[in-house]
Design a binder for this molecule. Sequence first.
Ligand SMILES: [Ca+2]
Ligand SMILES: [Ca+2]
Length: 154
Amino acid sequence: MDLNGDGKLDALFARSNFGQVGVWLGSGVGPYGAKLSFPSAGSSRAVVAGDLNGDGRLDLVVASDQVPSAISVLLGMPGVHGSLAFAPHVDTPLAGGPADLALGDFDNDGKLDVVTANTVGQSMSFLLGNGAGVSARLPRRRSPTHRRRSAWRT
Ligand SMILES: [Ca+2]
Ligand SMILES: [Ca+2]
Protein backbone atom coordinates (compact mmCIF):
# COMPACT_ATOMS: atom_id res chain seq x y z
CA MET A 1 0.00 0.00 0.00
CA ASP A 2 1.05 3.55 -0.63
CA LEU A 3 1.35 5.13 2.81
CA ASN A 4 2.87 8.50 1.93
CA GLY A 5 0.90 9.13 -1.24
CA ASP A 6 3.86 9.30 -3.62
CA GLY A 7 2.42 6.63 -5.92
CA LYS A 8 4.96 4.00 -4.84
CA LEU A 9 4.08 0.95 -2.78
CA ASP A 10 5.46 0.87 0.76
CA ALA A 11 5.90 -2.03 3.20
CA LEU A 12 4.41 -2.01 6.69
CA PHE A 13 5.51 -4.39 9.45
CA ALA A 14 5.28 -4.89 13.23
CA ARG A 15 8.52 -4.91 15.20
CA SER A 16 7.39 -6.96 18.18
CA ASN A 17 10.65 -6.90 20.14
CA PHE A 18 10.86 -3.13 19.99
CA GLY A 19 7.25 -2.05 20.51
CA GLN A 20 7.41 -0.32 17.18
CA VAL A 21 5.81 -0.20 13.78
CA GLY A 22 8.17 -0.23 10.84
CA VAL A 23 7.62 1.32 7.43
CA TRP A 24 9.84 0.70 4.48
CA LEU A 25 9.22 3.40 1.90
CA GLY A 26 9.05 2.19 -1.67
CA SER A 27 11.46 3.67 -4.18
CA GLY A 28 9.39 2.67 -7.21
CA VAL A 29 12.34 0.87 -8.77
CA GLY A 30 14.58 -1.77 -7.25
CA PRO A 31 15.19 -1.99 -3.51
CA TYR A 32 13.11 -0.16 -0.97
CA GLY A 33 14.22 3.25 0.27
CA ALA A 34 14.16 4.73 3.76
CA LYS A 35 13.18 2.59 6.77
CA LEU A 36 11.15 4.42 9.39
CA SER A 37 10.04 3.35 12.88
CA PHE A 38 7.18 4.64 14.99
CA PRO A 39 6.63 3.77 18.68
CA SER A 40 3.61 1.73 19.65
CA ALA A 41 2.35 0.06 22.83
CA GLY A 42 4.23 -2.89 24.31
CA SER A 43 4.98 -5.62 21.83
CA SER A 44 3.59 -4.99 18.37
CA ARG A 45 2.30 -8.23 16.91
CA ALA A 46 0.35 -6.98 13.91
CA VAL A 47 -0.36 -3.70 12.16
CA VAL A 48 -2.88 -2.58 9.58
CA ALA A 49 -3.48 0.77 7.87
CA GLY A 50 -6.74 2.57 7.14
CA ASP A 51 -8.17 6.07 7.34
CA LEU A 52 -9.93 6.01 10.70
CA ASN A 53 -10.65 9.72 10.97
CA GLY A 54 -11.55 10.37 7.33
CA ASP A 55 -8.91 13.05 6.72
CA GLY A 56 -7.53 11.29 3.64
CA ARG A 57 -4.33 10.19 5.37
CA LEU A 58 -3.77 6.56 6.31
CA ASP A 59 -3.65 5.80 10.02
CA LEU A 60 -2.06 2.78 11.70
CA VAL A 61 -3.73 0.34 14.08
CA VAL A 62 -1.46 -1.98 16.05
CA ALA A 63 -2.20 -5.08 18.13
CA SER A 64 0.06 -5.58 21.15
CA ASP A 65 -0.39 -8.92 22.87
CA GLN A 66 1.86 -8.62 25.91
CA VAL A 67 0.23 -7.76 29.23
CA PRO A 68 -1.17 -5.15 29.47
CA SER A 69 -2.30 -5.87 25.93
CA ALA A 70 -3.79 -3.07 23.90
CA ILE A 71 -4.79 -1.72 20.53
CA SER A 72 -2.82 1.36 19.51
CA VAL A 73 -3.93 3.96 17.00
CA LEU A 74 -1.41 6.24 15.30
CA LEU A 75 -3.18 8.94 13.31
CA GLY A 76 -1.49 10.02 10.11
CA MET A 77 -0.06 13.55 10.11
CA PRO A 78 1.22 15.72 7.26
CA GLY A 79 4.64 14.41 6.22
CA VAL A 80 7.51 16.49 4.91
CA HIS A 81 8.81 15.91 1.37
CA GLY A 82 7.00 12.63 0.81
CA SER A 83 7.99 11.27 4.20
CA LEU A 84 5.62 9.97 6.84
CA ALA A 85 4.50 11.33 10.17
CA PHE A 86 2.13 9.95 12.78
CA ALA A 87 0.70 11.40 15.98
CA PRO A 88 1.84 9.64 19.20
CA HIS A 89 0.08 6.32 19.71
CA VAL A 90 -3.20 6.32 21.65
CA ASP A 91 -3.79 3.00 23.38
CA THR A 92 -7.05 1.26 24.18
CA PRO A 93 -6.50 -1.55 26.72
CA LEU A 94 -7.77 -4.86 25.43
CA ALA A 95 -7.48 -8.05 27.44
CA GLY A 96 -7.03 -11.37 25.70
CA GLY A 97 -3.75 -10.77 23.94
CA PRO A 98 -4.72 -9.49 20.48
CA ALA A 99 -2.30 -11.10 18.02
CA ASP A 100 -3.85 -10.09 14.71
CA LEU A 101 -6.40 -7.57 13.54
CA ALA A 102 -8.37 -6.29 10.58
CA LEU A 103 -10.34 -3.16 9.75
CA GLY A 104 -13.89 -2.93 8.45
CA ASP A 105 -17.09 -1.01 9.02
CA PHE A 106 -18.84 -3.70 11.01
CA ASP A 107 -21.76 -1.60 12.30
CA ASN A 108 -22.35 0.25 9.01
CA ASP A 109 -21.98 3.75 10.44
CA GLY A 110 -19.39 4.83 7.85
CA LYS A 111 -16.48 4.69 10.32
CA LEU A 112 -13.81 2.02 10.30
CA ASP A 113 -13.90 -0.44 13.19
CA VAL A 114 -11.36 -2.99 14.40
CA VAL A 115 -11.71 -6.72 14.90
CA THR A 116 -8.96 -8.64 16.68
CA ALA A 117 -8.03 -12.31 16.95
CA ASN A 118 -6.95 -12.99 20.53
CA THR A 119 -4.56 -15.57 21.85
CA VAL A 120 -6.53 -16.13 25.06
CA GLY A 121 -9.73 -18.16 24.92
CA GLN A 122 -9.90 -18.43 21.13
CA SER A 123 -11.79 -15.15 21.15
CA MET A 124 -12.34 -12.13 18.97
CA SER A 125 -12.88 -8.55 20.05
CA PHE A 126 -14.56 -5.69 18.24
CA LEU A 127 -13.64 -2.05 18.84
CA LEU A 128 -15.92 0.50 17.25
CA GLY A 129 -14.48 3.44 15.39
CA ASN A 130 -15.57 6.87 16.62
CA GLY A 131 -14.25 8.88 13.69
CA ALA A 132 -11.04 9.77 15.54
CA GLY A 133 -9.80 6.36 16.60
CA VAL A 134 -11.46 3.49 18.38
CA SER A 135 -13.40 3.54 21.60
CA ALA A 136 -16.42 1.53 22.60
CA ARG A 137 -16.10 -2.18 22.51
CA LEU A 138 -18.64 -4.79 21.54
CA PRO A 139 -18.90 -7.94 23.65
CA ARG A 140 -16.29 -10.53 22.93
CA ARG A 141 -17.45 -13.28 20.67
CA ARG A 142 -16.41 -16.88 20.79
CA SER A 143 -14.82 -18.38 17.75
CA PRO A 144 -16.91 -20.73 15.56
CA THR A 145 -14.73 -23.61 16.81
CA HIS A 146 -15.77 -22.92 20.38
CA ARG A 147 -19.44 -22.68 19.43
CA ARG A 148 -19.28 -26.02 17.69
CA ARG A 149 -17.75 -27.64 20.74
CA SER A 150 -20.48 -26.16 22.94
CA ALA A 151 -23.15 -27.49 20.64
CA TRP A 152 -21.81 -31.02 20.97
CA ARG A 153 -21.96 -30.83 24.74
CA THR A 154 -25.66 -29.87 24.88
CA1 LIG B 1 -6.44 9.50 8.76
CA1 LIG C 1 -18.16 1.51 12.04
